[in-house]
Ligand binder design. Structure first.
Ligand SMILES: NC(=O)c1ccc[n+]([C@@H]2O[C@H](COP(=O)([O-])OP(=O)(O)OC[C@H]3O[C@@H](n4cnc5c(N)ncnc54)[C@H](O)[C@@H]3O)[C@@H](O)[C@H]2O)c1
Length: 251
């Protein structure tokens, strides 16, 4: 098992990629603190882990709120011990609007969750990780942080910010044996992707544009990358944006 006896805290664990990662990390031996603003959903994740014989707790927290972010780390540490793996995955798509039509509230809301949420997750976890002697932080970015998406000013800016934060954190905390990496997924079939498509099935032409394989990824295909980054297999990986996009951005 790749994470035997390790403690992992995963935000946005009530759905999509966070849920897939929580289940996979637990299967690989980790004790998992599953965090989400949606209490019912994150309890379901923890229950699924327990039903499979794993160890998990569910924590309701809004990652954009300082008090919640501090508490999610403290509850994890109190229940299991300091987290050795932190996956700051929670995020929202926000409203799509061209810049002149995007309200300041729409912009700020996305930045608060996607960017400040990652900052707060690191800010409160890092002291525990330093004291524990090291660990791995994984921040969820997106290829939208590298390429432009019409209507996605706030989202793209937030994800580019996550990549920048990741690099700074890697530089600052390498000496404490803490690795910090970002995952940049392409198009992944999750409830978020389904909301963006307004429940419609993906169109074949669109699928061919967003991946050389002509398909979206399953959440589990990203969870496996998170598992690699959380595990000792990734011992020399830090400060890097890991693009997992089925070839979307190669042309
Ligand atoms: N789906 C994609 O194609 C795609 C592509 C690139 C990046 N991403 C990113 O991956 C991450 C996960 O996305 P997903 O597709 O699994 O989405 P999802 O909507 O299925 O899951 C996101 C989870 O985050 C939770 N969440 C939202 N705001 C929160 C907050 N303030 N505090 C705590 N939890 C909160 C939601 O309740 C939900 O359970 C996001 O950061 C997203 O931006 C998604």
């Amino acid at each position: 098992m790749k994470l035997a006896n390790k403690i992992a805290m995963i935000t946005g664990a009530g759905s999509g990629m966070g849920k897939a990662a929580a289940i996979l990390f637990a299967k690989e031996g980790a004790r998992v603190a599953a965090v989400d603003v949606n209490e019912a959903q994150v309890k379901e994740t923890a229950a699924a882990i327990a039903a499979a014989g794993g160890h998990a707790i569910a924590i309701r927290a809004d990652v954009s709120k300082s008090d919640d972010a501090r508490r999610m780390v403290e509850e994890t540490a109190a229940k299991f011990g300091p987290p050795a793996g932190v996956y700051n995955n929670a995020g929202i798509e926000g409203d799509s609007n061209y810049i002149a039509n995007m309200t300041e509230e729409q912009f700020d809301h996305v930045i608060a969750i996607n960017l400040r949420g990652v900052f707060l997750g690191m800010k409160y976890a890092l002291p525990h990780m330093v004291k524990a002697g090291g660990g791995s932080i994984i921040n969820q970015a997106s290829i939208a942080g590298m390429i432009a998406v019409k209507g996605g000013a706030a989202y793209s800016a937030s994800k580019a910010g996550v990549i920048a934060l990741t690099r700074v954190a890697a530089l600052e905390y390498g000496r404490y044996n803490i690795r910090v990496n970002a995952i940049c997924p392409g198009a992944i079939e999750t409830p978020m992707a389904q909301r963006i498509r307004k429940g419609e099935p993906p169109k074949p032409r669109a699928l061919n544009r967003i991946s050389v394989f002509g398909r979206m990824a399953e959440a589990d295909e990203i969870a496996k990358v998170a598992l690699f980054l959380a595990s000792d297999d990734a011992s020399f990986a830090t400060g890097a944006p890991f693009v997992i996009d089925g070839g979307w951005t190669i042309s």
